[in-house]
Write a protein that binds this ligand. Structure first.
Ligand SMILES: [Zn+2]
Length: 299
């Protein structure tokens, strides 16, 4: 009797669990899973989609994205999604191969953006992928995402537009503040020195000169010629601070610091958000963190 009771309880438990699992999975399917290639993009999409889609990122916070190697569990994750959103402009070197075996719809943000081209080295003539680093371009990302989500779910168009507007207002405040800072800066101080050449859109949009140690993190090696050029430029222009990015080593930039007496201004977040406890746990926080470091370092 006791045995039967235990057996029945077990069966009931399994039924309940599988029923609730099925319900969860149905709910997920109804909502639709959007898979972004990197954390920054996932956060922007989340701010437009709110509760209407489940948004996930293939790469995790803090990870180098350009040369990422997708894992088998990434493929499993991707097979549950119905849309894959990537940045494009050659940012995700792994994306083509990754999506080729999946039956997902693909949205590439760069298809609707104007590129700035890389001017030197191996990547010469290729588009610089880091458009999101400029708040002005970030607002374009929001527009593209509002448009894309509205196509996926036309009945929610007004809601996505409203979410997008609220989000863009926040970006506009960051944009205005940074414009004001650069406009008040002496013209001969308007230099941004970084490890990766990831700031072309930011520097172009706000009127700064960009100096970097290597064009794209996938290379992340500095030639002696470029090192010498950077050191002499920092000395000549009396540049107060130089910066590096969170996903690469500061080692090369510390050579510039030691040779020139410039300060190390800190790590800027570019390709990846920080984890929840870090200073760049969202796209807005990432921009604020970067622009605050730049404001503090350039004087
Ligand atoms: Zn990068």
């Amino acid at each position: 009797m006791r045995k039967n009771f235990l057996f029945l309880t077990l069966v009931l438990l399994i039924c309940l669990t599988s029923f609730s699992c099925q319900r969860t999975s149905n709910r997920n399917q109804n909502k639709g899973i959007i898979l972004a290639s990197f954390t920054v993009l996932a956060d922007i999409i989340r701010n437009v989609a709110k509760d209407d889609f489940i948004v996930r990122s293939i790469t995790k916070p803090g990870v180098e994205v350009h040369g990422y190697q997708p894992t088998p569990s990434d493929l499993v994750k991707a097979s549950k999604a119905f849309v894959f959103v990537d940045n494009g402009f050659g940012f995700e070197l792994w994306a083509e191969k990754f999506v080729s075996n999946l039956k997902v719809r693909r949205i590439t943000i760069a298809d609707d953006l104007d590129p700035i081209f890389i001017s030197e080295d191996f990547y010469k003539g290729k588009p610089n992928p880091h458009a999101w680093i400029s708040p002005k371009r970030g607002m374009q990302y929001v527009d593209i995402i509002v448009e894309s989500l509205s196509e996926l779910r036309p009945s929610k168009k007004a809601l996505f537009q409203e979410n997008g507007k609220i989000y863009k207002d926040k970006l506009a405040r960051i944009d205005e503040e940074f414009s004001l800072f650069v406009n008040n800066l002496d013209k001969d101080k308007r230099y941004l020195v970084s490890c990766e050449g990831a700031f072309s859109y930011l520097t172009k949009d706000y009127g700064l000169e960009e100096v970097y140690l290597w064009p794209v993190n996938a290379e992340s090696q500095i030639t002696p010629k470029r090192m010498a050029r950077t050191i002499s430029l920092v000395k000549d222009k009396n540049i107060s601070s130089v910066f590096c990015e969170s996903t690469v080593s500061n080692e090369s930039q510390m050579v510039v610091v030691n040779e020139t007496g410039a300060e190390f201004g800190g790590n800027l977040f570019v390709d990846s958000l920080s984890n929840d406890n870090g200073p760049a746990s969202s796209y807005l926080r990432m921009l604020e963190h970067n622009l605050n470091l730049i404001k503090k370092g350039i004087y």
